[in-house]
Write a protein that binds this ligand. Structure first.
Ligand code: FES
Ligand code: FES
Length: 152
């Protein structure tokens, strides 16, 4: 049995500690907003926050994150997260949507650390999150829009 803190709630799950966090979230806790893309930390679809930092849930053993705060798309909140989600809606960012929970988690983490990011900051922070629909221009514009919302 391992004990996880997910979206502010303590959750006990009966899994091998080596089980990737992604499968614990999706299969045990039924939080399916976090997606499986590549399984090798190369696409960012499975991005969640560990104490506010983006991590790849597909390559994170559940046993290694006992006692730290995990946040998924179902629970992300706060000023940066709200600004990002509003901006995503304003600019209609998603196409198929598959990559977008990971994109939103990555963008929220960027804006929490860097409230006024440059294009270069955005490219650096978001380069590990791939989008097969190529929504990159809208993502970048939405991050700038979210930064403006946070200022205002
Ligand atoms: S599924 Fe984890 S990075 Fe692609
Ligand atoms: S919106 Fe389709 S993969 Fe990104």
């Amino acid at each position: 049995m391992i004990r996880l803190n997910v979206n502010g709630e303590e959750r006990a799950v009966d899994v091998d500690p080596d089980t990737p966090l992604l499968w614990v979230l999706r299969d045990e806790l039924r939080m399916t907003g976090t997606k499986y893309g590549c399984g090798i930390a190369a696409c960012g679809a499975c991005t969640v926050h560990m104490d506010g930092m983006p991590i790849r849930a597909c390559q994170t053993a559940a046993g290694d994150v006992e006692g730290v705060a995990i946040t998924t798309i179902e629970g992300v909140n706060g000023k940066a997260a709200e600004a990002v989600q509003e901006a995503w809606r304003d600019l209609d960012v998603p196409q198929c949507g598959y990559c977008q929970s990971g994109q939103i988690l990555a963008a929220t983490s960027l804006l929490s650390d860097t409230p006024k990011p440059t294009d270069e900051d955005i490219d650096a922070a978001m380069s590990g999150n791939l989008c097969r629909c190529a929504t990159y221009h809208r993502i970048r514009a939405a991050i700038h829009r979210a930064a403006e919302k946070m200022e205002g």
